[in-house]
Design a protein around this ligand. Sequence first.
Ligand SMILES: *Cc1c(COP(=O)(O)O)cnc(C)c1O
Length: 413
Amino acid sequence: MHNKLTDFLATEIKSLHDQKLFKTERIIESAQGAEIIVKGKKALNFCANNYLGLSSHPDLIKAAHEEIESRGYGLSSVRFICGTQDIHKVLEAKISKFLGMEDTILFSSCFDANGALFEPLLGENDAIISDALNHASIIDGIRLCKAQRWAYKHGDMRDVEEIDPATDKMAKGLERCLIEAKNCRFRMIATDGSFSMDGDIAKLKEICDLAEKYDAIVMVDDSHSTGFLGKTGRGTHEYRDVMGRVDIITTTFGKALGGASGGCISGPKEVIDWLRNKARPYLFSNTVPPAVVGATIKVMDLLMASTDLRDKLERNTKYFRTKMTEAGFDIVAGEHPIVPIMFGKYPDCSKLAVEFANKMLEEGIYVIAFSFPVVAKGKDRIRVQISAGHEMEHIDKAITAFTKVGKELGMIK
Ligand SMILES: *Cc1c(COP(=O)(O)O)cnc(C)c1O
C-alpha cells in the first residue's frame, strides 16, 4: 500500500510534527454539554460552539426520536428526486420566519451552503467583495464561481488603498472595492456576521449603507450568531438593526441551533428558487435526515417562544467578561460569547498559552490555545466560548481556575 504519495506525505507529516503544527484531537467520552468527560475525568467545557446549551437538550433529543419514528432514519435521495418530506418544508418556513427572510433552502452543512451560493448566481461580469477574514467555506464557495473578486481589509469600510502594517501588503477598504467594481453587472458583498477568532461583529449598518450607495447585494454568514445575537436572537442583522436590509443569510445548525449538522441559505424567493434548480451541493447531495430536521424545528419553536436562553447567554457572557477583566487578564473587548484571552504581551506567548490550557484541564476546565498560523504571530490566545448551558457555579469555577493558573504562571498578581 505504500507508494510515492504516501512516502511524500510521511515526510510532510513529520515536518508538521517538528513544527508543532500537527493537529491532534482530544477525545470526549460523554455527550456534548457544559460537563463532559475527557480522559476518564470530568471537565467543564468552555470551547464548544454550543452557545445555547442545546447540544444535548432533552426536548431536541425527544424531537429527533419522534421524527425517526414517524419519518424514518434517512431519505436515500436528493431533495428533487424523492427526498423532500413535509417536515423539510416546515423547517424551511420556520427558519424564514425566524430570520425575517422570504424563503430558505436546506443543505447538509453551512460549508455546503456557502459552496452552493455563489456559482449559480454570479458570473464573469459580476463582482464578489469579501472581508479578508471570512470563513474558509465562503472563500472556497467564491473560488467555485467565475465572478471577479475583491477582498477588503477586515472590517475596513473606507475608500482607501494603503499598506497594512500587519501584513506589509497593500490593502483596500470596502468602499474602494465597490468603486472599482462599479462597471460590473451585479456586486455582492460577503461577510461573516461574527468572526470566530476575535468574536468581533460585522459593521452591518455601514455595510448596508455602502451597499445601497453602490447598488450591491449583501450576503452574511451568520453561523456564529444565529439563535443568540440581537434582542430576540435572530442574528447579526437584528443586533445591528438592519433586518430587512440584508439580502442573503447563510447559517449552520451545527453551532447554537442544536449542534448536530445542517445549514441553510435564506433570501428572496427568486434566489432560493434558482438555487433549488442550480446549486450543485443541493442537486447532487443527500437530503438532511429527519432526526436533524425534527430537532431543528424544535429549536426554532423554542427560540420563537422565549428569549430565555439567549438572555441567559448574554448574562453569562457579561459576567465572565467583567470578572476576567477585573482579574487582570487581557481580553478582546466586545459582547460576543467568544471571549479571547490574549497572551501576546507575555514572553514566549505561544508556549505559555499551550501550557496554560493544559494546566486548565488539570483544574477541570476544558479550553484550547490558538497560536500561529491559526492566528497572527503575537496574537496567541485561549479562546473561551460561553454557553447558556453554563450555570453560575461553572463560570465561577472557570474564573477561579484562570486566576489560579494565571498567578502560577506569573501573568497576573
Ligand atoms: C462553522 C462555520 C461554517 C461551517 O458550518 P458547518 O455547518 O459546520 O459546515 C460556515 N461558516 C462559518 C462562518 C462558520 O463559523
